[in-house]
Design a protein around this ligand. Structure first.
Ligand SMILES: NC(=O)c1ccc[n+]([C@@H]2O[C@H](COP(=O)([O-])OP(=O)(O)OC[C@H]3O[C@@H](n4cnc5c(N)ncnc54)[C@H](OP(=O)(O)O)[C@@H]3O)[C@@H](O)[C@H]2O)c1
Length: 238
């Protein structure tokens, strides 16, 4: 039986993936800050699952929390990192920017670093990060969010380069969703909003195929292409 950890599995995409993995008989460990939601998932799961309260912004405890799961599971095949926050903040309110950077940059980097080191020691593993289509360009509505997602996407790419360069049996997948129907999809004019179920199935399929990068849903590949070639004046107007 394969074993997975979902960092940030209490709601949204992480929870959808956790439920899908449980359905496919994976042994699963789930983390997040909301213990009541972790308990709820555990009670409803058909298999015995592990839960762990873990706030990734508490950098000094972060390794310890993940180590506890790794030592209980012994071997971990897959870690999906779905934790994240988002906020529209064109006003550049510093409290909002700072909280977002603490979570999406510092917290996530610590988690990526720990998992990569564990996989290196273990000899194999698959790390899946959920960045975003927002990683492709700066977004005036959400400056720190778009920048933090670019950080994640580049970090994942760098880890993949290390793995290849050092001939490690570590797979890195960068998942770049467009809009998925969770509390995080904010703002006006949302389009092509996919259900968590559809997104989870497409992500699971990409995991099984060990894809380097995947847009969710698949049609967002077209938007990604447009975003990459769009001149700055177009972005300034959006
Ligand atoms: N929904 C979209 O349209 C969309 C689009 C592109 C990318 N994404 C990315 O997809 C990922 C999942 O988001 P979602 O849409 O599923 O939203 P969500 O339902 O709000 O899920 C966010 C998850 O992150 C966890 N989290 C937040 N802060 C945390 C912290 N300090 N420590 C540990 N866990 C923390 C939350 O758990 P607790 O609150 O229990 O800690 C929750 O499980 C995010 O990285 C997001 O940026 C989403």
């Amino acid at each position: 039986m394969k074993k997975a950890i979902i960092i940030g599995g209490t709601s949204g995409i992480g929870r959808g993936l956790a439920e899908l993995l449980i359905e496919h008989d994976w042994t699963v460990a789930i983390t997040g800050r909301r213990i009541e939601l972790l308990n709820e998932i555990k009670e409803n799961a058909k298999n015995n699952i592990l839960i762990q309260k873990h706030d990734i912004t508490e950098i000094n405890n972060s390794d310890e929390k993940m180590e506890s799961l790794f030592s209980k599971l012994k071997v971990v095949d897959l870690v999906i990192v779905s934790s994240g926050v988002s906020e529209l903040n064109q006003e550049l309110n510093w409290e909002i920017e700072n909280k977002l950077i603490e979570t999406n940059v510092n917290g996530i980097a610590k988690v990526y670093e720990f998992i990569f080191s564990k996989f290196k020691k273990q000899g194999h593993g698959h790390l899946v990060g959920i960045s975003s289509i927002a990683s492709l360009r700066g977004n005036r509505h959400a400056p720190s969010y778009s920048a933090s997602k670019a950080f994640q996407a580049n970090y994942l790419e760098a880890l993949r380069c290390i793995a290849k360069n050092e001939k490690l049996a570590i797979t890195i997948t960068d998942v770049q969703p467009g809009f998925i129907d969770t509390p995080m999809a904010k703002g006006e004019g949302l389009f092509w909003v996919a259900s968590v179920k559809k997104a989870s199935h497409q992500i699971y399929s990409a995991i099984l195929k060990k894809k380097r990068k995947v847009y969710i849903t698949k049609r967002w590949r077209v938007i990604a292409w447009g975003m990459k070639i769009a001149p700055s004046w177009v972005l300034e107007k959006i």
